[in-house]
Design a binder for this molecule. Structure first.
Ligand code: SAM
Length: 324
């Protein structure tokens, strides 16, 4: 296993975002409700836009439909956050991923503890032995020789270093994948970005909590790095992988932020009808938008694009040998 405290390159100063995650002590609730509200967090409960499935179930079923399976080793998840995707595999319908061994690799001690607790509780509720294992390590330095299964990083690679307009950290992860991926295995990197240079986003909650910078991904750089490392590359819009119904209207993060100043409600992309039924007066007073899932204003009304426009999955496999 690698030493999580090691900085990359002799004497090089540690990247600030890396240090932020390595020293993370924020509660997972604050982190994902207030600092970095991921799509998988907003859609972590069964949702009508996902045919009543949770994000993790829709994702793993979508990967299975693309002939990606758990192989011999199960799943290696990098940056599992609060552990919702792993939980779906343990007690939801995740197709061939249901109940498979799951290794979660993360830099944050706080999040690893929370994932462990979530997965132990879920296993106890199922009366099943926990098949989850946590490893504290860096995505850019994987402590694994070979992996035959699914390697998944859901909204993680934007946290990795960028130097001189290049997503150097994400490219490093792609090279690590090329090093460890077994011939029949696949890796899936999900993130926001596009065919344009990386740009920074500062994330922070009240009183400066959780402040750190993430960078959008230049998918051109990643595709090129992957091909250069001998991988086959497929890029799919995330909403297609999830088979999401983009016409379903639901609470955006912006709606929830407004609502939560005056009322108690969970940070979840609740369907518009439910929000209006629960908060008939406030939804009018606050002019809640409750946009369709496919709107560029979901999940964030102030961003340049949304889930349907900016989120992609890069699917990587070892390049098949060409027979003579
Ligand atoms: C934005 S969160 C995403 C969490 C989760 N996958 C989700 O979709 O909600 C980023 C995750 O990556 C982890 N992380 C950040 N930098 C990392 C690194 N260099 N190596 C390993 N994990 C890292 C964080 O601790 C966190 O769990």
């Amino acid at each position: 296993m690698s030493d999580a405290h090691r900085t990359r390159g002799a004497g090089a100063p540690e990247d600030e975002t890396r240090a932020h995650h390595r020293l993370d002590s924020l509660s997972p609730r604050r982190r994902f409700d207030e600092v970095e509200c991921t799509i998988s967090h907003l859609l972590r409960h069964p949702h009508p836009a996902l045919k009543g499935r949770r994000y993790g179930e829709a994702l793993l079923q979508g990967l299975a439909a693309r002939r990606i399976g758990p192989g011999r080793d199960g799943v290696l998840e990098i940056g599992g956050g609060a552990g919702h995707v792993a939980e779906c595999a343990l007690r939801g319908d995740a197709g061939p991923f249901t109940g498979v061994p799951w290794i979660s690799l993360d830099l944050s001690p706080r999040l690893l503890r929370s994932q462990r607790q979530r997965l132990l509780d879920a296993a106890a509720a199922q009366g099943a032995p926990p098949r989850w294992r946590g490893i504290r390590a860096d995505a850019m330095d994987l402590p694994v020789r070979r992996f035959d299964g699914l390697l998944l990083a859901n909204e993680v690679i934007a946290d990795l270093p960028v130097q001189g307009g290049t997503n150097t950290g994400a490219i490093e992860v792609v090279r690590e994948i090329a090093r460890i991926l077994a011939p029949s295995a696949a890796a899936v990197l999900i993130e926001f970005g596009g065919d344009f240079p990386p740009s920074p986003i500062e994330l922070v909650a009240g009183a400066g909590a959780g402040r750190h910078v993430e960078w959008s991904i230049d998918f051109r750089q990643l595709r090129e790095a992957a091909r250069g490392a001998g991988l086959d590359v497929e890029q799919v819009p995330l909403h297609e992988l999830l088979e999401a119904d983009l016409s379903v209207r639901c609470a955006s993060y912006t709606d929830l932020w407004r609502l939560r100043r005056l009322a108690r409600c969970e940070v979840f992309a609740a369907p518009a009808s439910e929000v209006r039924r629960r908060f008939p007066w406030l939804s009018r007073l606050l002019l809640l938008e409750l946009p369709p899932l496919g709107s560029p204003r979901w999940p964030d009304a102030s961003a340049k694009g949304g889930f349907a426009q900016l989120f992609h999955a890069l699917i990587l496999r070892q390049r098949a040998a060409v027979s003579a």
